[in-house]
Design a protein around this ligand. Structure first.
Ligand code: GLY
Length: 332
């Protein structure tokens, strides 16, 4: 009889369990041992970009009080959504071509439940709307006006989150009307993954999307699969960068599946970048993308496209204040 993926996963995980059981010589079942890995290695938070360090600190605060990874990822990225110095996420985010601020976000928990919102206007914390969709509706994704009406019905405040600064940047851009350069600040989504003290993993991803995008354009960040994926038996991944390229390879899901088949987190992120290169042989040098991954045993990895541009933030027992790490890149 052939080996099912789940059996293979069990075997792959048993490698991790074997290590854990050296330190836990008891009679726990495999599942108990797997779930003990989180406490074995301690809570951990990884997020895209140096600005993730503040989000990580907030997420770790939740985890260190015994909170769930779901609460941690939501509370983590809310910091970035409210931070006016991050001009590609939430409040003071970049506008679309017509001067509207439309936000995309998604969240996924250790049970595989997920919620998502796209093209949401006038709400400061799209990640919390995504969580409300997950928890209070039978749906996964709401967009545009429907998403706004749902948010207001749930008590979210409809407010002006377009700043004078965002309007000034947009007006400057209108002088040239050019396609934004492939610099990180035009796509620098926050994706954040957390493991709690029970070893459960969740993820969140939130952005204002590509600067000066066509109205209605949706990138990878609210899409479960490309922008974020969590499988609590294996690990999780999330993405930043040019959403169209990430969607074409279903980047985050691909990375989790590669880890399932035994690939190391960094190698799995590299393979996702490699597939983008293969699909865009002429243009890949202008497609900045970055992936981060967190495996069930606590091991992390990352990979970017453009030389030295992609860095990420890691906060855990060994780095309680958080550490910014430059990811290896394809064009190194
Ligand atoms: N990764 C963000 C976007 O392309 O919208």
């Amino acid at each position: 009889m052939g080996m099912t993926r789940r059996t293979m996963l069990g075997l792959a995980i048993s490698g991790f369990v074997a290590k854990a059981s050296i330190r836990h010589p008891n009679n726990q079942s495999n599942n108990q041992q797997i779930s003990s890995l989180g406490s074995e290695f301690g809570p951990k938070v990884i997020s895209t970009w140096p600005f993730g360090i503040d989000a990580n600190a907030n997420a770790m605060d939740v985890l260190s009080k015994g909170g769930s990874s779901l609460d941690a990822v939501e509370h983590g990225v809310r910091i970035t959504e409210a931070d006016p110095t991050v001009t590609s996420v939430g409040y003071n985010g970049s506008l679309d071509r017509d001067g509207h601020l439309t936000l995309d976000a998604c969240i996924m928990d250790h049970r595989g439940m997920c919620g998502s919102v796209a093209c949401l206007e006038h709400i400061k914390h799209p990640i919390s709307v995504a969580r409300a969709i997950m928890e209070k509706t039978p749906h996964v994704m709401l967009v545009g006006q429907g998403a706004l009406e749902f948010a207001v019905s749930q008590g979210f405040t409809k407010e002006n989150i377009v700043t004078e600064d965002a309007i000034r940047r947009w007006e400057e851009w209108k002088q040239s009307n050019a396609i934004p350069p492939p610099t990180p600040e035009n796509h620098d989504t926050i994706g954040l993954l957390a493991m709690d003290s029970n070893g459960n993993i969740s993820g969140a991803c939130t952005t204002s999307g590509l600067s000066y995008k066509l109205p209605g354009r949706v990138g990878d960040s609210p899409l479960i699969g490309p922008g974020l994926y969590v499988d609590n038996e294996v690990g999780a991944a999330t993405a930043t960068g040019v959403g169209e390229a990430i969607i074409r390879v279903v980047g985050s899901f691909l990375i989790v599946e590669l880890m399932r088949s035994g690939m190391e987190p960094e190698m799995a992120c590299k393979e996702a970048v490699k597939r983008i290169v293969k699909k865009h042989p002429e243009q890949h040098a202008s497609l900045q993308v970055g992936f981060i991954a967190l495996r069930k045993d606590g091991k992390t990895g990352a990979y970017g496209m453009r030389k030295g541009e992609f860095s990420y933030s890691l906060t855990d027992g060994a780095n309680p204040k958080g550490k910014v790490i430059t990811a290896p890149s394809w064009l190194d």
